[in-house]
Design a protein around this ligand. Structure first.
Ligand code: SF4
Length: 379
């Protein structure tokens, strides 16, 4: 037996410790201008039999780690052995199972971009098999597309919920139709709403992703207001924001090179986020857990923590210009995580040095330098 199984390239930040089970390969749409992840890769469904085999292999690796624990005198406790396997794994499947076991073995994430595209009865069968084979799993989540969720009958999503699908992560990106069309998202605002409502009504928890800055300099205002409107109608459990970062594997890169799309600055995106939050009237948890976000402290439960979130924006906007620059560079070179870091003298000086280097000694940085730094954060 080969102790290995299929692994896809990404999972949401919140699924960093999940067991990864690849139920489909790549993205069936694969046209979004801002997304480099599966470009050049062909979408494939996988057979239920192959997926079940991967789940059995994950169990065999789990059993091997447990066996090693007994043999090493840890009495079946897996943490110590899982840590050592994680640091020196024979392959990536072992590393994934070791990390999953080390963190309690309670969650699994189904890859890749749109698991909902599987036949509902087959996906339900996979989820049931996963939970039966690895009963420590308490939460099963996956990515899905709004358009596919909009096409599913409500009873199909209920079937998935009853099979044990706990949460779907959906890339909403924007609620503004001209922007969705320009970015070739392959979903309209109305489809986002229908797909989102279908999921919420089935009982499956819903996390919607929004890209700050996606409207660039031209459509930022409509992007903020219309995205809030669509989310208010969906009322998902989570809204997760990321900030547009561009590199040359994205079709959007060429649009920028050709002058068809002009990226917004950090300060403009903060203004956009302010407008976005002001227009949100839903009951979601707002999460900023992505490295591309300038202000990661903007988090909270809506509506009760809206003022607190807006206060963080106000705090940034009230900084003197040189401190704004210092904070932006500090975030983009990975020295700062929160606004309070501005008061850490060592970090502040390290950022000043970074500014000198980026500005070639004249203490000025241009937007292009910031955008280039951000491009490093994404695959
Ligand atoms: S954003 Fe999602 S739907 Fe669009 S190409 Fe990327 S993976 Fe596919």
């Amino acid at each position: 037996m080969t102790y290995s199984f299929e692994l896809g390239p990404i999972r949401p930040p919140s699924e960093a410790y999940s067991l990864l089970i690849r139920v489909t390969m790549n993205c069936p749409w694969n046209r979004c201008k801002f997304c480099p992840t599966y470009k050049g890769e062909k979408f494939q469904l996988r057979s239920v039999e192959n997926i079940k085999q991967d789940i059995k292999t994950a169990k065999s690796i789990q059993d091997k780690i447990k066996e090693l624990s007994w043999k090493s005198g840890y009495g079946g406790r897996v943490k110590e052995i899982a840590a050592s396997v994680f640091n020196n794994p024979p392959n990536e499947a072992f590393r994934n199972v070791a990390l999953w076991l080390y963190t309690g073995g309670e969650s699994a994430f189904l890859q890749d971009a749109n698991s909902l595209i599987m036949r509902t009865n087959e996906l339900a069968e996979v989820i049931r098999f996963l939970r039966e084979t690895l009963p420590s799993i308490k939460r099963v989540t996956s990515y899905g597309r709004s358009k596919t969720a909009a096409k599913k009958k409500p009873e199909e999503l209920t079937e998935l919920y009853e099979a044990g699908l706990s949460r779907l992560h959906i890339g909403l990106e924007s609620g503004y139709d001209p922007l969705l069309q320009y970015m070739d998202k392959g979903a309209t605002a109305a489809e986002h709403i229908k797909g989102g409502r279908n999921i919420v009504e089935s009982g499956i928890s819903l996390c919607e992703y929004v890209i700050l800055g996606l409207g660039g300099k031209e459509m930022w205002r409509e992007h903020a207001i219309e995205t809030a409107r669509v989310l208010n109608e969906i009322d998902p459990d989570f809204i997760r924001v990321r900030t547009l970062a561009v590199h040359n594997k994205m079709p959007l890169y060429n649009e920028i090179e050709n002058g068809n799309f002009i990226q917004a600055t950090d300060e403009e995106i903060v203004e956009e986020e302010k407008l976005f939050i002001e227009h949100l009237e839903c009951h979601s948890n707002y999460v900023s857990d992505h490295i591309t976000n300038l202000l990661q402290e903007i988090e909270g439960k809506l509506p009760q923590e809206k003022e607190k979130m807006l206060a963080s924006i106000d705090r940034f906007q009230s900084l003197p210009p040189e401190e704004k620059t210092n904070f932006r560079v500090g975030r983009r070179v990975g020295i700062y995580s929160h606004l309070d870091d501005l008061y850490d003298l060592c970090k502040h000086q390290a950022v000043e040095q970074a500014i000198q280097q980026l500005g070639q000694g004249n203490n000025q940085i241009n937007e292009e330098a910031i955008h280039t730094l951000m491009g490093r954060f994404i695959v």
